[in-house]
Design a binder for this molecule. Structure first.
Ligand code: ADP
Ligand code: MG
Length: 245
């Protein structure tokens, strides 16, 4: 379980202070697919990056199970991060390495107790035949599936996805959504997906937090079609319309 409590992230100085995340509290359950949605600049990426301590909160706490992610030594943090994988909008693949080498990369950086095998995860994402090719030879959707395979090889307990489909067109978005869904089911992991694409939320998320200017507006039960309180704020109204349809 991920427990985010009264988290504030301030940027800037006292004269021009920005609260990118403003007093957000929420709980993400084990094995849940949890969306974080909102317009550009709402604070989604900042909130996500605080979960694996790439950013530290100005106030508040973030626990994964009973571990306070922001009270760890460097060494403890390295250990904790082994259970957390992350994928990004722009894939972050190494262009001079083959698909297989990219996928194997995490295993060259740390030792893992029960990692999967390169062939196994490539097969899982449907790209075993691309193992010896280079990223430049692949489509965007295929590159993102390579990034997912690289994330899965360590058997993470938590997978953080920052706009995983935002660089993709509709059909390749579908490929990636399908692989993420399948991964959540096959590997018993908690997924947090930041996106501004409501169709993605609707297809894959169990619940989704709506952020607006750093503030948590509501947490929607996507699967139950329940969308919470009435609220006249613009982005929120659009969210409701799409998710209730
Ligand atoms: N390192 C930083 N320094 C200063 N401001 C930042 C930094 N990172 C993000 N911000 C600001 O915080 C706000 C939220 O950013 P971000 O979390 O990236 O939003 P989102 O992912 O929802 O688009 C934005 O106004 C952004 O400009
Ligand atoms: Mg972002």
């Amino acid at each position: 379980m991920i427990t985010i409590k009264n988290v504030v992230k301030k940027f800037g100085d006292n004269t021009e202070e920005l609260r990118a995340v403003n007093d957000v509290s929420l709980t993400i359950k084990d094995r849940e697919v949890f969306g974080i949605i909102g317009e550009s600049g709402a604070g989604k990426s900042t909130l996500l990056r605080m979960i694996n301590a790439l950013e530290s909160p100005s106030e508040g706490t973030i626990f994964i199970d009973d571990v306070d992610m922001h009270q760890l030594s460097e060494r403890e943090l390295r250990m904790q991060r082994k259970d957390i994988a992350m994928i990004f909008q722009d894939y972050n693949l190494l262009m001079n390495k083959t698909v297989g080498e990219n996928v194997a990369l995490p295993l060259t950086l740390h030792s893992y107790e029960e990692p999967l095998e390169v062939n196994q995860v490539l097969e899982f994402v449907g790209l075993l035949d691309k193992k010896n090719q280079y990223p430049r030879q692949l489509s965007g959707g295929q590159k993102q599936r390579v990034a997912i395979a690289r994330a899965l090889i360590t058997r993470p307990r938590v997978m953080l996805c920052d706009e995983p489909t935002s660089a993709l067109d509709a059909s390749t978005t579908q490929e990636v959504v399908n692989v993420l869904k399948k991964a959540n089911q096959a590997f018993d992991m908690t997924m947090v997906i930041v996106t501004h694409e409501l169709s993605v939320v609707k297809q894959i998320c169990d619940r989704a937090a709506v952020l607006e200017q750093g503030k948590l507006i509501d947490v929607l039960n996507v699967k139950q079609g329940h969308v919470g309180l009435d609220n006249e704020q613009s982005y929120y109204v659009q969210v409701k319309e799409v998710l209730e349809a």
